[in-house]
Design a protein around this ligand. Structure first.
Ligand code: PLP
Length: 385
């Protein structure tokens, strides 16, 4: 029998997607006006316990709007991770601000210890503002990414942010559904812990609208401003009067039709991803040279992506493993190139980056689609054990 191709992460559209999209087409509401957009925003807000949500064209535009609503400008510094997808950082440049790259901890998310050390040793806290010693610039915000669906250490990060009056943007594009199950934040969702949170519905994310994003917050006024900005900042509908520079970032009814159908299946997708995660993990039991990275304690992760850690004594290097699996029609990928080492960011500062380099060299992402069966998992493991 010829083995079928096992992709890394593909959409699963077997629910009400076709029905709702057909409805959007039959009613001819295909653009940014239309009932599905409001409905999807409402349902998503309910799911993460937000007072409201603001749809966007994608996660990247959501992050752009998040920075503007928090007042980040070209005079400010934003602390960002280096080990993540570049779309978490590019919006900092869109608003002309200066990123400084931070290291990760064993969760692959931003290391709160180094973050605190940076604030304490590299900055002065004067007049309620955190000022970078080297440039005198205001460190106004932090972008925290919940990498691969795991939760960053938000208790520590929020303590630091409160202490130094720094705003927190949660890039929860990979972590829709992840929430705390214990501790101070029990029951609270990734994206709803900082000042603003952003989700993505790109094709490889846990739910997809083809392309799309959503911005959430506890602050209704911020959300109103965000919606205003995503809809060209029109302050007088009838007369086309605009009171600031806006954007054409609102989601379309077609995208939202998909999103609504996907959201109905989110908990099912998380169950499947959880089951497959533990199947991979079990297959590595007793191995010292291979392991599936754990998620933080006290968290219900959405288990979006699985990270295989290959120790130095494993029989393959990272790239050999990727190649071997590819020859066997199994798609995997290395972790992202570190952002501080990439061409557009070479002139920017980074702070004590160590762990990110280590994980970058040793982690491979394994197939994790919600269409993945337990026998697919066994086949992947067969080739790598
Ligand atoms: C996917 C992703 C984004 C961007 O989302 P898009 O919808 O593709 O624009 C941003 N940050 C991270 C960490 C992501 O994984």
């Amino acid at each position: 029998m010829i083995d079928k191709f096992i992709p890394l992460s593909v959409p699963n559209l077997k629910g009400n997607e076709l029905k709702y999209v057909t409805q959007a087409i039959e009613t001819e509401w295909v653009s940014t006006a239309g009932p599905y957009v409001n409905e999807f925003e409402k349902k998503l807000a309910e799911y993460v316990h937000a007072p409201a949500a603001v749809s966007c064209q994608n996660g990247t535009s959501g992050l752009h709007i998040a920075l503007i609503t928090l007042g980040v400008t070209n005079e400010d510094i934003v602390l960002v991770p280096t080990l993540t997808f570049i779309a978490a950082v590019n919006p900092v440049k869109y608003v002309g601000a200066t990123p400084i790259f931070m290291d990760c901890d064993d969760s692959l998310c931003m290391d709160p210890l180094k973050l605190e050390k940076f604030c304490k040793e590299e900055c002065d806290f004067i007049g309620g503002k955190l000022l970078d010693k080297q440039t005198g610039k205001h460190v106004k915000a932090i972008v925290v990414v919940h990498v691969f669906g795991n939760m960053a250490d938000m208790e520590s990060i929020m303590n630091i942010a409160e202490k130094y009056h720094v705003k927190v943007i949660e890039d929860a594009t990979e972590a829709l559904g992840t929430h705390y199950t214990a501790g101070k934040y029990k029951g609270r969702y990734a994206g709803m812990l900082g000042d603003v949170g952003v989700y993505s519905f790109n094709g490889n994310k846990i739910i997809t609208t083809g392309g799309g994003g959503m911005l959430v917050s506890n602050d209704l006024r911020l959300l109103e401003h965000a919606k205003h900005l995503t809809t060209q900042a029109k302050s007088d509908e009838a007369n086309f009067i605009h009171d600031e520079i806006g954007f054409n970032y609102r989601m379309t009814n077609m995208q939202a039709a998909l999103g609504l159908a996907q959201l109905e299946q989110l908990e099912k997708f998380i169950r499947i991803k959880t089951e497959n995660y533990f199947a991979y993990k079990k297959a590595m039991d007793g191995r010292n040279d291979l392991k599936i990275l754990a998620v933080r304690d006290g968290i219900r992760s959405n288990y979006w992506f699985y990270s295989l850690f290959c120790a130095s004594d494993y029989r393959y290097t990272r790239d050999e493993l990727i190649r071997t699996l590819k020859e066997n029609k199994i798609q995997t990928r290395p972790i992202w190139g570190l952002i501080h080492e990439q061409l557009p960011y070479l002139a920017d500062r980074s702070y004590e980056i160590e762990q990110a380099k280590y994980y970058h060299a040793h982690v491979v992402n394994l197939p994790c689609s919600t269409n993945l069966t337990l026998s697919d998992v066994s086949r992947v493991c067969q080739h790598l054990l």
